[in-house]
Design a protein around this ligand. Structure first.
Ligand code: SAM
Ligand code: SF4
Length: 435
């Protein structure tokens, strides 16, 4: 077998795409390896949602130059969002890159690699297609019990800060029977949990109209043998009462909704083109909590968007105190050229952005800890994931609400469902004892 190193940056969609790249590479004699040194093929599946993500990739591209010098036969390709955004500019900047494959060309990987094996030379293919990824692309899943299942590609929302719609193209939903078939196959292979992926899962099916997201969730919930169903990301503007009811009534659908608000003031939400208001968002959260009282709620937040004032930021902090998320991913606004926000006036000073991020994180950490402390002595169902990073005797797992639980390892195996009594709730993890 030849050796392929695949570096993955960014979101779950990129992890899922990389699994489909690895699946294809296996069919032409490659196995995935953990180290770049000694690899016959290096693939970087990239992200460009923030500048820091791009900087990391440029750093790696630099490192690979030395490997390529030592082994001129090494094949080096860039895929994913940066490939889409920069296209042949990447090869102009770093000629040791052999090929650049766009986000809608994942299924062309084997052809491209074989052509380079035969003829060498550079290949750039970054056309944005109108169709979704073909369903017959083989997938080499990373996890043993949790599977990523893309249900749609692209995004139509054009939030003013975001590059995703430009590099992933328009929204395209897979057919419900194809999604269900993939879930069935995953279950047959021993997978117990699936996470349905899309930039805005709540607008699933608006194109083909064969099923909406609520219908699809229900179908997946009913696949025999499935234990847990997760989904992300939910755009607040499209989360319907029908979806809330399906989550409430579903047997395997986990009570966790990742519902990025991005900001807590109407002025900024409007500038971001998020389409909902603080009031409609709060009303949505009220309906979710009324129907699914034990649901955990998480979010994404951006500080330092152009025009953000101290008053806006104070409003955001008050908003957080009111909603009380279980946890939040907090980001500093990063200017993405080509997006409307990049040319807006009143860009916020870097130092101020960092100060606000610190303040925001401190508040969210306090809230997360308080919420987790409310779980003291509660017994929760945990799906076992395996040994923790730092200690082989301490294992981790997740609750249905997607909280990480640490416990002393006994005889449980990966993929088991166990009950754990929470004895030491902390900000990021819950420590407990098996009961
Ligand atoms: N489609 C999802 C949604 O709307 O919530 C998320 C996709 S995006 C890859 C993940 C997160 O990155 C967004 O929710 C947003 O908070 C953040 N993000 C996107 N563009 C950004 C930018 N220019 N600067 C900082 N954060 C950004
Ligand atoms: Fe980006 Fe907005 Fe689309 Fe999410 S919904 S991917 S933040 S444009």
């Amino acid at each position: 077998m030849k050796k392929a190193f695949i570096g993955v940056y960014g979101c779950q969609m990129n992890i899922s795409d990389a699994e489909r790249m690895e699946g294809q590479l296996r069919t032409i004699g490659y196995e995935r390896v953990a180290e770049m040194e000694g690899a016959d093929l290096i693939l970087l599946n990239t992200c460009c949602v923030r500048e820091t993500a791009e900087d990391k990739v440029y750093g790696k591209i630099g490192e690979i130059k030395h490997l390529k010098r030592a082994n001129p036969d090494l094949i080096f390709g860039i895929t994913g969002c940066m490939a889409q955004k920069e296209s042949d500019g990447l090869i102009k900047r770093a000629p040791h890159i052999d090929f650049v494959l766009g986000t809608n060309k994942v299924h062309e990987l084997t052809h491209v690699v074989q052509e380079i094996e035969r003829e060498r030379g550079h290949i750039v293919d970054t056309q944005l297609g109108e169709t979704e990824l073909p369903d017959d692309v083989p997938v080499a899943r990373g996890g043993k019990f949790s599977a990523w299942v893309p249900i749609m590609y692209g995004c139509n929302n054009f939030c003013t800060y975001c590059i995703v719609p430009y590099v992933r193209g328009r929204e395209r939903s897979r057919l419900p029977e194809d999604v269900v078939q993939e879930v069935r196959e995953a279950v047959a292979q021993g997978y117990k949990e699936v996470t349905l992926l899309g930039q805005n899962v709540n607008s699933y099916g608006k194109d083909h109209k064969q099923a909406d997201f609520a219908d699809l969730l229900k179908m997946v919930d009913e696949v025999p043998g499935i234990e847990r169903v997760r989904f992300m990301t939910s755009h607040p503007k499209d989360l319907s009462d029908k979806v809330i009811a399906v989550i409430r009534d579903g047997e395997h659908i986990c009570e966790h909704i990742h519902l990025p608000v991005q900001y807590g003031s109407n002025k900024l939400l409007k500038a971001m083109n998020r389409v909902y208001t603080v009031e409609s968002y709060k009303d949505l959260v009220r309906r979710i909590r009324q129907e699914i009282p034990n649901a955990s709620l998480t979010t994404d937040l951006i500080v330092g968007f152009p025009g953000e004032t101290e008053e806006d930021f104070a409003e955001m902090l008050a908003f957080l105190k009111e909603i009380r998320y279980d946890s939040a991913y907090t980001f500093i606004y990063s200017k993405r050229s080509g997006t409307p926000a990049a040319t807006m006036e009143n860009q916020v000073d870097d130092k101020v952005k960092h100060q606000r991020l610190e303040q925001l994180m401190a508040l969210q950490n306090e809230i997360s800890l308080e919420i987790n402390q409310g779980l003291q002595d509660k017994v929760l169902e945990v799906m076992v994931e395996g040994p923790s990073k730092n200690d082989a005797d301490t294992w981790t797992g997740r609750t249905r609400t997607n909280k990480i639980v640490l416990f002393a390892h006994g005889d449980e195996q990966e993929g088991d469902f166990i009950n754990v009594k929470i004895t030491q709730p902390q900000t990021w993890v819950l420590k407990g004892e098996r009961v």
